[in-house]
Ligand binder design. Structure first.
Ligand SMILES: Cc1cc2nc3c(=O)[nH]c(=O)nc-3n(C[C@H](O)[C@H](O)[C@H](O)COP(=O)(O)OP(=O)(O)OC[C@H]3O[C@@H](n4cnc5c(N)ncnc54)[C@H](O)[C@@H]3O)c2cc1C
Length: 405
């Protein structure tokens, strides 16, 4: 009998396990993961950026946990001698109409209590000589790490402290009762007192297995990157971001200086025809038909048809992708870019067609479901774990026999 069973060894599941052990070393913990190691999906297929929290609505969980997460992620990497580089990020307005949006972001940064510096065109040129911009913001706290390395270290620490991680175990059934929860995989059954669902791209289906309707569906969006040819690395010094579209803050190709010396360009965002579909040709009938029969999807598709089609065109043509990226670095040519990695975002969408913006949890009688953990959840994973423990597990950490609500 485990005290807590966590589904998923992405950064969020690992962050929750880490925080539970921080509060009570004696809890008997199990992480059940369907893949062969940690960070096999979103946590290992992302931009590796440690965000600062500048974009997020003041007072939201994202704003608070990104800010705290930025500090704790860098501290974790320092403590364990993992790669990290607080290289800073510039957000660049390339058109006059973006200047007021840039100012809004500055104000938001102030409200969120962040260090943000306004850069004139000349100051931007001194930092990023090849970037075309009218004005920019410098966010010195943003940086990069290697999230796979972070996840591997977390998994190692969790096991050293006595936690179990069982790989190759896909959860296919969940039975809650008044005294605990039974978790069924294809080859084993586990008993626990409490369950935390950190299933990322499958978190909605896992909640359903436990009998909970979350009121939202995960819609997978594939993000495709290009990599700059190494002889063009000089074009990018920092992390370079465009001013985000306030309706779709995750859209907008950016340039990222990576831990391996590469400069990644991307990602875009196109509907994936499979929840873990990393290639354009990947397709899963159940995944796709669930999206296409979902009212929320058609509502948002109707509303933002133009943006969606533009993303698809950019996905199909390197030339169009480059045109978009050239708004920031005009010197860029299609032949400077080679196809790079891809990732799939788990974006929760409500039945009414609203993208769920903030981190979102649903509680059951013996289970907690992390139903929306999009970016900056990698940055914030240690803090999401602490939030979950503080909000929901406070009581069992003190007295294992009490309910969490
Ligand atoms: C393209 C892209 C770029 C991003 N860039 C950034 C960034 O720069 N900075 C940042 O902070 N965030 C970024 N993010 C967001 C960040 O990567 C995610 O928010 C975060 O990794 C989510 O972690 P997770 O643990 O919830 O999900 P995941 O990492 O997807 O983990 C979920 C785990 O659950 C497992 N699982 C699912 N179903 C089952 C089952 N039935 N049984 C057992 N196991 C199961 C999966 O195998 C997986 O390992 C990006 C995301 C993407 C896709």
């Amino acid at each position: 009998m485990y005290d807590v069973i966590i589904i998923g060894s992405g950064l969020v599941g690992l962050g929750v396990a880490n925080a539970l052990q921080e509060h009570n070393r004696h809890l008997k913990l199990l992480i059940v993961e369907k893949e062969s190691g940690p960070a096999a999906h979103q946590s290992g297929h992302n931009s590796n950026v440690v965000h600062s929290g500048i974009y997020y609505t003041p007072g939201s969980l994202k704003a608070r946990l990104a800010k705290q997460g930025n500090q704790s992620m860098f501290a974790f990497c320092r403590q364990h001698d993992l790669y990290h580089d607080r290289c800073g990020k510039v957000i660049v307005a390339t058109q006059l109409k973006e200047l007021s949006l840039l100012e809004n972001i500055y104000q938001r940064g102030m409200e969120n209590g962040l260090a943000v510096v306004r850069l004139s065109q000349n100051e931007l040129k001194m930092r990023e000589p090849y970037v075309n911009g009218l004005e920019a913001l410098l966010v010195p706290d943003a940086g990069i790490v290697n999230y796979v390395q972070v996840a591997e270290k977390l998994a190692e620490l969790i096991q050293q402290r006595g936690g179990d991680i069982h790989y190759h175990q896909e959860v296919v059934g969940i039975q809650e009762s008044s005294s605990g929860v039974a978790v069924q995989t294809q080859s084993a059954q586990y008993q626990g007192k409490w369950l935390v669902n950190c299933g990322g791209l499958f978190s909605d289906r896992i909640a359903k297995l436990a009998g909970y309707e979350t009121g939202m569906k995960i819609v997978p969006f594939r993000g495709e990157y290009y990599v700059l040819n190494p002889d063009k690395n000089y074009l990018v010094n920092h992390l370079i971001y465009p001013v985000p579209n306030p309706d779709f803050p995750f859209l907008g190709v950016h340039f990222t200086r990576m831990y391996n010396g590469n400069r990644d360009v991307g990602p875009n965002a196109v509907l994936a025809f499979k929840r873990e579909g990393y290639r354009k040709s990947d397709f899963n009938l159940r995944d796709l038909s669930e999206v296409l029969s979902y009212r929320g999807f058609w509502k948002i598709a109707g509303q933002y048809m133009g943006e969606g089609l533009a993303e698809i065109r950019r996905s199909l043509s390197r030339r169009r992708f480059t045109e978009n990226a050239r708004q920031l670095i005009p010197e860029l040519q299609p032949e400077d870019l080679q196809p790079g990695p891809t990732g799939v975002r788990a974006q929760a969408l409500t039945y009414e067609g609203k993208l769920v913006d903030d981190f979102h949890f649903v509680t059951g009688s013996r289970s907690l479901h992390v139903c929306n953990a999009p970016s900056p959840a990698a940055t914030a994973c240690l803090e999401i774990g602490r939030e979950v423990v503080g909000r929901y597990f406070g009581e069992i950490v003190v007295n294992k026999n009490r309910l969490w609500r």
